[in-house]
Every structure is written in structure tokens, then in C-alpha cells.
Design a protein around this ligand. Sequence first.
Ligand code: ZN
Ligand code: ZN
Length: 854
Amino acid sequence: MPENQNTPQAGTFVSSPQTEQRYTPSEIEPRWQARWDANASLYAAEGHDSGKPKYYCLEMLPYPSGALHMGHVRNYAIGDALARHMWMRGYNVLHPMGWDAFGLPAENAALKNGVPPREWTLGNVAAMKKQMRRMGLSYDWSTEVTTCLPDYYRWNQWLFLKMFEKGLAFRKKSKVNWCPECCTVLANEQVIGGRCWRHEDTVVELRDLTQWFLRITKYADELLEGLDKLEGWPEKVRTMQRNWIGRSEGALVDFEVQRDSELASQRVSEKITVFTTRVDTIFGATSVQLAPEHAVAKTFALEDEALRVQIEGLLAEQQKARETDALGAIEKHGVNTGRFALNPFNGERVPIWVANYILADYGTGAIMSVPAHDERDFEFAQKYGLPVRPVIAAAGGEEPALPYTAEEDAVLIDSGVWSELRCAQAQEQMAEFAKAKGFGTSTVTYRLKDWGVSRQRYWGTPIPMVYCDKCSPDEPMPVKESELPILLPEQIDITQTNGSPLGRVAEFVNTTCPKCGGLARRETDTMDTFVDSSWYFYRYTDAKNSRAPFDSDKANYWFPIDQYIGGVEHAILHLIYSRFWTKVMRDLGMVKNDEPAERLFTQGMVIKDGAKMSKSKGNVVSPDDMIARYGADATRMYALFAAPPDRDLEWQEEGVAGISRFLGKVYRLTTKYADVAASSTYAAPRPKDQALLRRLHQTIAKITQDFDGRWHFNTSISSIMILVNEIIANEAAMDAGEISPAVVAEVFRGLILLLAPFAPFFAAEMWEQIGGEGVVFRTQWPVVNEELAREDEIEIPVQVNGKLVNVIKVPAGSDEAVVKAAALTDMKVVARIEGKTVVKVIVVPGKLVNLVVK
Ligand SMILES: [Zn+2]
Ligand SMILES: [Zn+2]
């Protein structure tokens, strides 16, 4: 708890213990929660016709694991403070909550405890909802969304059918990431450093499977360009998404593999297609480099046992680097295969290498190596003694140091008919030439891949497709919309081997063909749970709709989300998928917005003893324990007070106890002056009145600013503490009648309103005590009176050559000349600059004076 200059001296105030009451959150909080529960409209959003501006405040919906953890508490405390504040600022606020309720843990629990996934999940939902109520969170439960219930997931199926119609949902055989622990396919985004996102110790395998995909790559450019407009998103998240999408413009060029052995006659021509962003440097290519998993490398390996062993070694190094997320820093190794390829531009033979730093799943898995004009290629060529041949020079003619990677003001040299062209021009013309000659083309590549959504699991949305051996043995057919929802069967034997559990439920699998009416089979894969969270926030605007996912008018009123709040761990999974989904729904005519959320806030983690709270580390602090000991208000307020919300927070129980004692102080004061605070007569303020009012209005200004700006709720709360200390310092004066009752009234009223977003139970109780009218959260947020807030004198630090020498006092609002004169005549400053020449005086109005002396 920060101490400050206003800390009262012991004995300066008179207390009257016989009339004092103690702050007992365990009594106050449940009493208010019961009252709020009985008032169904308290946190309900109003209609479009409310006449107020709308504000959609949203925290990411939790997975119903069974109990809230401190990370949740922090996330919800931030969102709740904001929602309450916006209500008090006169907005029509939508503040909903729901459950991301499909997923593997429910199946694991079923295996372990024999409880059906649905029962386990809904039991957890009930338990967590109870915890949320106990915390006093202002959710509109009438719009609650539970993604595992058919009233929600039927719309996943409906949207899937719409995407199938548009060619956005499709099946293809592909290499997929397979977690042997989950027994299911993972999306690329769910593979972290080569391991499963749920199983940190399990290395993900590659398998060939026919899977369902959503064509997110169709929106790659729009997803990328849209990031520039998302100015209300953290730069960190935008950068992560840019890198994830990984757009690069370039050319594909085919290098023919040259065969001089008899093996050659057995094959039709083999070629290696390289992707390059610098086709203009192709005359400088001195080798072609393949990923260890490249098809041509595999062919060579089959022909040459020694080479096979070497290539496998390179692959192992690459896998190891993937697992430890160290691909970027991998020590580069390669082997010369002894084979050659032909550069189609000049017919030159270049050696083919296999290298550990080339990835099969990026670009084409093959590059041309141009050491003179690429850092990485240069490094590799130096190591293995490969030739370095410059083919680009500075336009001015001087010899640049190698590798020379500039494109601006650079021209081609020693490049046949393209010599003397500018790089950009050459890139265009050479790609056109390659296309005309049939050995290449210009292209754009993305790191982003289509989103694999098939899961061989039970607890997810069934994919609404059927297969008929008669009509279309290989191609799936969509089920009729009128048949939705395709319900998940409830009584099912869960196992995690041999494919999807649904495949063993005959009643589910067997169905009739939509075309011929004969026997058909249902698709037994279910959808990735990230489908559920891609559009849940639209459903909140119309959660009971049984004819459509939501009404477009309602969604268009509330969207985009004004403020979305959640963990940065969702920067690329959920936050890219939901942007894609919004664009698809826009193109289906369902919504008008291009992006789901105008502003995004990512809060820091809650840590304990220097590490993230986790069961395995034994450092978990239970919110229930904290609430039982100190109350929900103190727990929430501590979560906001202990660190700026975007930073990590080190949980210290002593801090929660401190907040509880602080609220106890405010409780004592408010109950003591409740009758005075209820008074409404106003008189002209006297000096002591003025000092107290100044502090109040400065606090209002500070907190209003924090809500509008950087959300430094930690300093908001400490400014409330400073205000309370000032009240305590004035307690004797208030008791002696030296402070007007009307001023006391204004101060307490303001104090309680300022506390309302942070400690809602407490504020409601105190508001009633002072006879406040109506509901405290619907009372107008206090407005700053600039006149009252102004300081008579302000303190300005004076520096000499950047070093602090003294802090001087000047009248508030002094102009530069006055501040300068005050600084130059200050005794300490005069002593410091004696015998020196003042070269410059820099005055930052209201902030700082810096003297530059020699
Ligand atoms: Zn796994
Ligand atoms: Zn059929």
C-alpha cells in the first residue's frame, strides 16, 4: 500500500467508537447479490431506441473447467470496471458472458470419472456462474451463450453449410499435424514449437489424412491489410498476426534437375520449383537448396544410402529446432548432393544442396541461393566455400560491400539482356519472361494456411455432411438445412483410440441420402472448438433466436465490439479466426462490419512467487479463498491495483488484506458522516473546503482520464487512497464544523461514485447509507469542475545538465518567463551554476526546467 504525504498523524482525528460499525463484506456482499439477482433488468442492455450511445464491452468467454482462476478474476475485474463506468457515463452497455463449452477436457473427464461430457460441462458452467455472481460481475445473463448446446451449435452447422455452398468449406487430403496424446488433428496454430498446445511434452506427428478445411487464405490479403486500420489493437498483436499471415511477393522459377546417370532415362523430367522474392538476382545463383523433406531430396536419398543418412541428420536437427522454437537461430548445415540443376535464365549448372534451415512447409520448400545478395545465403556460402557472384550494383557505380541487399537505387549487372535494369523493373520483366517461356510465374505466397477444422473427437459440433455410396462415393453431400441441428448422440462410449467415437455409434452414422433416399453415412468428424468462439459474440446480441444465428439489425446496432478484453495467448488463434469469420458473414450479407472488435486489450498474467500460477507448481491462489477471507470487492480491487492491467501481476495476499483495510477505513468514515453526506445545502466554500474539493476534483479528473486512456487502474485506485487520506487529515476540521456540510456531502458522494466501478458491492452499500437516490451504477459519473481542481501552486523540478537540483514552487498557470525567473533565482540552482555560463534554458510548461550550462 503506498504511503504518501497526506498520511495522517496519529491522534489528529476524533473517533467515536460507540457509533462505529465494522466493515463485513461477508454480510454486505451476499445481501447485495441477492438484491441484484432479483432485479432482472439491472444489467440488461436496452433496445436500439434507448436514445443513448451504445457500448459493447466484452471479455473473452472462458472454457468451463470447473473453477475460476486468478487470471479470470483479473480479466473480468477489468471488463466489469469498464462496463460500470460506461453505464455511469450514460451509455447503453452490452456486457454479456458465455461458455466455450466444447473440447477435449470434457472427454478426458468422462474417461477418468465416467461422467458424460455434457453433464460434466454443464455442472462446471453452473459452478463457475455461481462464482461469477459471488464476484458481483455485471453480466446480462439473459443473453448467455453455451456453445455445446444445440441451440448454439446448430448455427455452426448452418454457417458451415453456407461456407460449403460458397466453396469456403472443402475437403482435401493433406499432411496434417497429429497429436498422439489427443488422438486428433491439430491446426497449425495449435502446434507450438513442434508440440501440442495442450500437451507440452508431446511431439506432433505429420500424417496424411482427408480433412475438412475452411478457406481462410482467400481472405489473407484482407486480413493483412485490415491490421493497419486496427489502431485500437496492441501493436504486439498486430505484428504477431502480420508475421503469421507472412505475405511475400515474388516469383516461382523451375530449375530442371540434370541427370547424367542411367537413372535419368527412367524418369520424365524432374524439376525443382524455387520461390524467390528477388528473381532479379537469379544470375547470381550459385546453388539450389532443398528442405530435407522435399520430394526431390527424398528421391536422391533413395538412390544413395550415404546421402540418405546425411539428409535424415539434417531433418533431425530441424525437428529439434522446431521443438525448442529455435528455428530462427538454427546453426545452418547442409550437404552437397552431387547432383545439379539448370538455371533456366542462363542455362548454367548449379549444385543441389539439402539444408537444415529450409522448411518443407514454407514457400515451395526450395530456394535458389544467391550469396552476393542475401545475408543468409552469404553466411552459408562462406561456411561451405560456395562461389559468391555479384549481379547487383549501386546505381552510382561504386562497389558495395557484400552481401549487398539493397533494391532501391540499384541496377543489374552481368545479367544478360536484363543488365542495367533497375531491380524492381527487372523483377517484373523477368517474371513475365519466365511465364512466357513456361518455366515460372510471379506469385504471392503466404505463411497462412487454410484452417483445418476436422477433429476425430466426440465433444464438438458434428459436421453436417453425408456420404452415399450410390450417388457420390467420394464426395460429401450437405444435409438439408431443415434437418439441422444434427444432434450429438448423448449416451456414448468414450475412448481415445481408433478414430472418432462417433464412428462407432450406428444410430448416428446411418442416415438416409438427401439425393436418392437410400442408406448413407454421416461425417463423423466434429469441428475444431475454435469454430465455436469465432462468432459467439454475435449470438449475444440475439441469443434466443431460433430462426437464424442472429438478427442482422441487432448485430449491426452493437457491432463492432467497442472493447474486447482477453489474454495475449489468443493473438493468433482466436483473433485471426474470428476476423476471418466476420468477413465471411459480411460477404453472406449477415453483418456490415469488416472487423469484429474496434479495440482490443490484452491483460498481463497473474503470477505467484515469480511463476505463472499452476497446479503443478503448487502456487495457485483460489479466488474462493480470497473472497471468503477478504471479500469479492477487495479481491477484485487488488487485481486492478497491484499492477497496470497490461503487465504481469505478482499476487501477494498481504496486498489483498491491505485493500480490505482500506475499504474498512472508508466504511468507518462514510457511516460516521452518512447523515452529513445526505445534506444538500450548499454554501460558498471556505479555504479548508477548497482544499478538500480540490483533491476530490483532481481525483475525478485523474480517474476519468485513466478510463479514457491507458487504463492505469492501479494509479486510479491509489489516487482514491490519497483522497481518503486527505479526508482523514480533515476529520478534526469536519468534526469541528470547519468544513461545510455541503462540501462533506459532495466529497463522500464523489468518493463512492469513484469507487463504484472497482468495488461494486461496497459502493452500493455506502450509496444507500448516505441516502443516494436510485442505483449507484446508474448514477451520472462525477464531472470535473476544472475551477475547483486547479492547484494554487505547482511544483516544478529544475535540472542542470539533466541532473535534478531542486524542486521549486510557482503559482499554477505561470507563464514561461515567470518559471524561468524562479528557476534562475533559486538558491540551490544559483549555487550549482555559479561560475558557469548558462547556454540554454528549456522550460516544459507545468513540468520541468532544464538548464544547459558550460
Ligand atoms: Zn495433444
Ligand atoms: Zn444417394
